[in-house]
Design a protein around this ligand. Structure first.
Ligand code: 5GP
Ligand code: MG
Ligand code: MG
Length: 178
């Protein structure tokens, strides 16, 4: 693989499409084993997770449902600052087993603020599956129960992840060249 340019930045190969495929199948197998007879409801956080979500979901060997949500952040009036709203969340979550599908956990802020709102509906359980995590960037206590790759604190694109709208269709994951 060669280095690529997206907008004004150069990126170097980091994870191949084959690396990703192996890992995603492994995660799907683990989730399938853990959720037999639980009929989990996957919530894929758009936009970045759309390919990860599709690939995890098609590799499940259990009954499962999936829904797609967008998280929008508003300036809140509470002391905690922002309020996260889920757009497209229509299913009742009461007593459901929820698995959030995220492309990447960076600071953890988004999920840290969103998960209490899910918990409000009293699901049976909430777990997180994240393709990527950046342990060195984490600032909030968010833990991926199913983690694809822990990566360095550098910006990445590809496999659903964008740089200012572009790069989502690249089948591999590339890291910014500093
Ligand atoms: P957090 O709330 O965990 O700080 O941020 C999570 C979101 O920021 C991710 O879901 C993703 O949309 C975006 N993000 C964080 N790091 C990266 C990165 O390296 N590349 C891309 N394309 N998006 C990122
Ligand atoms: Mg995301
Ligand atoms: Mg983005």
């Amino acid at each position: 693989m060669e280095r690529i340019t997206v907008h004004d930045k150069n990126f170097v190969p980091y994870l191949t499409a084959a690396d990703i495929e192996v890992k995603v199948k492994e995660l799907a197998a683990r989730i399938s084993a853990d959720y037999v007879d639980k009929r989990p409801l996957f919530l894929a956080v758009l936009n970045g997770s759309f390919l990860f979500a599709a690939d995890v979901f098609r590799n499940l060997t259990i009954e499962a449902e999936i829904s797609f949500i967008k998280l929008a952040s508003y300036k809140g009036t509470t002391s905690s600052g922002n309020v996260i709203t889920a757009i497209g969340l229509e299913e009742p979550l009461f007593e459901r087993h929820i698995i959030l599908l995220e492309d990447i956990i960076d600071t953890g802020k988004t999920l840290h603020e969103f998960i209490p709102q899910l918990a409000h509906q009293q699901p049976a359980s909430i777990r997180i599956a994240a393709l990527l995590t950046k342990p060195d960037a984490l600032k909030y206590p968010v833990h991926a129960d199913y983690e694809g790759f822990a990566i360095p604190n550098k910006f990445v694109v590809g496999y659903g992840l964008d740089y200012d709208g572009l790069g989502r269709n690249i089948p591999a994951i590339y890291q910014v060249e500093l």
